[in-house]
Ligand binder design. Structure first.
Ligand code: ATP
Length: 304
């Protein structure tokens, strides 16, 4: 099961990298080579988890290319079962935090720990089993919607798949299609919108039921009804999970335990929504801007 899950996540990342930068095949092999650089330490034990656990980034420095630092001394903790949201301009390093937590790359200085264990010291399989990712772009198989959701936990019963779909608020949509859960999706099947695909990814992750969640919010602008729906799904997915939320819309971060404003790889401001508004700095001006744009046309634009 573990082996099955990893390639999909890996493909998802590669796919996103390709989409982001229109890389050619050489670049794809380069990315795969980099991923291979991350190896299990000899005799590495499995990550020890008893229930929900805290995640810590301690003085993390990272660069894809040594000449261009991306993260420059990032420090934060996501207490067990809480959500920490990261906001900031495009390219500030938000998704890089997610890639480091999933250990697609190793930090160059500092460390990332889960339940006090440096993630470089445990097996990658156990690390990735503990984390669920809801990416911006979900990769779906050319198979039934049932298969695509059950992929979160191969062997799950139909009732469990339906329960996950209900919690992710995609059940009614699936039920309304002529073939229901047997409907084929993907390139050669039913085309799903970005939001629907993300809901399938949430259902898949709810079924996997990992203690740690990474939610990389889609960047596209949503109408306010859709935005409220995504927020509700996000809250149900993140309940009791230690969650890293990479956010593009400030409305989704309001209830976070802590919000980090990342700029050029450093934490510029941190605090709760209320504290950051009271601070009257960068976050407060981003909030004011987003509010005024949302009032103008009824939509909440993405920040990055
Ligand atoms: P966005 O909001 O647009 O998703 P982000 O804050 O998540 O942006 P990252 O994806 O973390 O930003 O990227 C940070 C910087 O690192 C960017 O300048 C990006 O071009 C660069 N970068 C990202 N991935 C790679 C890679 N695989 N190799 C080299 N540089 C990369």
């Amino acid at each position: 099961m573990i082996q099955l899950y990893i390639p999909l996540n890996f493909l998802g990342v590669i796919y996103r990298e390709i989409k982001q930068s229109l890389v050619d095949l050489d670049r794809m092999f380069e990315l795969m080579d980099r991923a291979r650089e991350v190896a299990d330490a000899p005799g590495a034990p499995a990550l020890q988890l008893a229930g929900t656990q805290a995640v810590r980034f301690e003085n993390v420095h990272f660069a894809y290319d040594p000449a261009r630092p991306i993260l420059r001394g990032v420090d934060f903790e996501i207490p067990a079962g809480k959500t920490v949201a990261v906001v900031g301009p495009s390219g500030s390093g938000k998704s890089t935090l997610a890639r480091l937590l999933f250990r697609f790359y190793d930090v160059q200085q500092g460390r990332v720990t889960i339940a006090g264990q440096d993630i470089r010291s445990v097996t990658q399989a156990s690390l990735r089993q503990a984390i669920g990712i809801v990416p911006q772009d979900t990769v779906l198989f050319n198979d039934s919607v049932e298969y695509n959701i059950a992929y979160g936990r191969p062997g799950a019963s139909h009732d469990e798949v339906v329960a996950a779909a209900r919690a992710a608020r995609i059940h009614d949509f699936i039920d309304a299609t002529p073939e229901g859960y047997a409907t084929r999706v993907g390139e050669r099947g039913l085309k799903l919108s970005g939001g629907e695909k993300q809901r399938v990814a949430i259902a898949r992750t709810l079924l996997k039921n990992p203690p740690i969640l990474i939610f990389d919010e889609a960047t596209s602008a949503l109408d306010s009804a859709n935005e409220r729906a995504i927020q509700a799904e996000l809250q149900s997915a993140a309940r009791n999970k230690t969650t890293l939320l990479i956010a593009h819309r400030l409305s989704t971060v309001v209830d976070a335990h802590e919000i980090l404003v990342l700029e050029a790889g450093q934490v510029l401001e941190r605090g709760t929504h209320r504290q950051l508004l009271a601070l009257g700095g960068r976050y407060a001006s981003m909030w004011a801007l987003q509010q005024s744009l949302a009032v103008d046309d009824g939509t909440a634009p993405a920040l990055a």
